[in-house]
Ligand binder design. Structure first.
Ligand SMILES: Nc1nc2c(ncn2[C@@H]2O[C@H](COP(=O)(O)OP(=O)(O)OP(=O)(O)O)[C@@H](O)[C@H]2O)c(=O)[nH]1
Ligand SMILES: [Mg+2]
Length: 209
């Protein structure tokens, strides 16, 4: 019964950003997380965006997940998407070493440069662990790099969906554990519009332009 009309739709809105080289599986991970499916995808053009509602740590969360293009020609476009993100997911492909080395050469630098939340939580993700026989980047190397740049770390597979939910959940739990990212003024403001005093419903008082 309890009508949802006077209940806030969610407790927090978090903006998450996915970055990493082209072909590492960012869009596939996002699809795997939001739709429980895996299909062959075309490279992302510019940026894509998906919303998912989750219950984590006893909170109702709205996740706005920005999936950026890894291709170099979109790099300048990508920088503006860092604004206000509480979490950044840096993805590499465990079967392609260049995607791993580019994390320190390119992606970690971008995060430092463009991130506007200084406490923004970073998650390093080694994807495609289903291709174990083609693996060239060891788990130990991933852990070590994550430690170096203060990231969380997980290995997963968008294809088998191994660890995909955990990846997003662990990131979100850490955000929930970071007071500065929950504070009003950050983009993760508690959504309170149903509790806010609404202006008098008098058209003449409207300040809308
Ligand atoms: N075997 C395997 N293949 C994967 C996995 N994740 C993605 N792929 C494949 O890798 C290719 C690239 O995946 P995308 O998700 O498009 O990669 P992306 O990082 O979004 O690439 P851009 O949009 O160009 O930045 C596709 O052919 C996927 O099917 C995985 O976990 N395992
Ligand atoms: Mg993509």
């Amino acid at each position: 019964m309890g009508s949802s009309l006077n209940q806030p739709e969610f407790d927090y809105l978090f903006k998450l950003l996915m970055i990493g080289d082209s072909g590492v599986g960012k869009s596939s991970l996002l699809l795997s997380f939001t739709s429980d499916t895996f299909e062959d995808m075309s490279p992302t053009i510019g940026v894509d965006f998906k919303v998912k509602y989750v219950d984590v740590g006893g909170k109702k969360l709205k996740l706005a997940i920005w999936d950026t293009a890894g291709q170099e020609r979109f790099r300048t476009l990508t920088s503006s998407y860092y604004r206000g993100a509480q979490g950044v997911i840096m993805v590499y492909d465990v079967t392609r070493r260049d995607t791993f080395t580019n994390l320190s050469e390119v992606w970690a630098k971008e995060v430092d440069l463009y991130s506007t939340n200084q406490d923004c939580i970073k998650m390093l993700v080694g994807n495609k662990v289903d291709k174990e026989s083609d693996r060239v980047v060891t788990k130990k190397e991933g852990i070590s790099f994550a430690r170096e740049c203060g990231c969380l770390f997980i290995e997963c597979s968008a294809k088998t969906r191994a660890n995909v939910q955990q990846c997003f959940e662990e990131l979100v739990l850490k955000i929930l554990d970071t007071p500065s990212l929950l504070a009003e003024g950050s983009k993760g403001m508690k959504k309170n519009i149903f509790k806010e005093k609404l202006p008098q419903s008098d058209a003449s008082t409207s300040s809308c332009c």
